[in-house]
Ligand binder design. Sequence first.
Ligand SMILES: Nc1ncnc2[nH]cnc12
Ligand SMILES: [Zn+2]
Length: 336
Amino acid sequence: MEEFIQNMPKAELHLHIEGTFEPELMFEIAQRNQISIPYASVEELKNAYKFSCLQDFLDIYYQGAQVLQHEKDFYDLTMAYLKKCKEQNIRHTEIMFDPQTHTERGIPFESVLTGIHNACLDAQKEFGISFVLIMSFLRHLSEEEAFKTLKQAEPFKDKIMAIGLDSSEKGNPPLKFVRVFQAAVEQGYIPLAHAGEEGDADYIWQAIDLLQVHRIDHGNNCITDRNLVEEIIERDLALTVCPLSNVALKVVPNIDKHPLKIMMQLGLYLTINSDDPAYFGGYINENFNAIQNSLDLSRWDLYTLAKNSFVYSLASFDEKSKYLEELDRYYEKYLD
Ligand SMILES: Nc1ncnc2[nH]cnc12
Ligand SMILES: [Zn+2]
């Protein structure tokens, strides 16, 4: 099965670029920027990656991101992830970035965006990987700050397809961002949001009704509300599930108790993603392997999850058709 997963063409739809910051690269960039990290070694830093909830993780994740200062740092970070995509047979990736994590520290929006975008263009040329950029608002910050970020993005609008909503969920409901989402949609951005990771089903209702999201990031907690599950299916919305993230952040007690199979059986459209792979113990294939092992998923289940990743992506019609054909050919080979 591991080989089947490794070679299967797939898309990643839920990935924070700041969450791909491997400790080794963090130390390297810290050294060249002459910034000190409050850990003596890579080992010591890795040992600190023990979280009891989302906020525990976010504290260390924002701390790590401080090392990123220059356009080249964002380029190197993104290129390192895109090399992983090539190794793991990711054909298309939708990369979230958190501009406020950087602009709050005085880093120009342009350095962040240009570094990430140039790496994506190079990977498209060299590895044939297509991409979409998603600008995510930090929900622990104010609506006013989100509006400022939307304004800063204006000169780069053609490079960013969608907006997202991430960071500390509890106490920061989608309702807080209705106006900025409306303004962004008027400018042509596609609305997406994290909902129902730690927040309850009501946050997911708000994300679909008030923010009118086209996809739900995580969404696990929808299973507590039968009407919500039906509504999500009816509206043809996919959930971007992140199994290793859910274990690391104690959203589920362990991988064997992950509700993914139940969610599939309910008829929800799911995809598998890595969220913040440098912090949660694996990239997309490690997520597929972990969930396949624990829930005994069949090849058909894996194919369905990969198919959803293309169908519910924001890739162009031509790209989607090409990837879906490739996936079908791949799966048929195993039927013989
Ligand atoms: N899993 C997650 N939930 C909310 N915000 C995040 N930012 C990075 N990873 C996140
Ligand atoms: Zn996330």
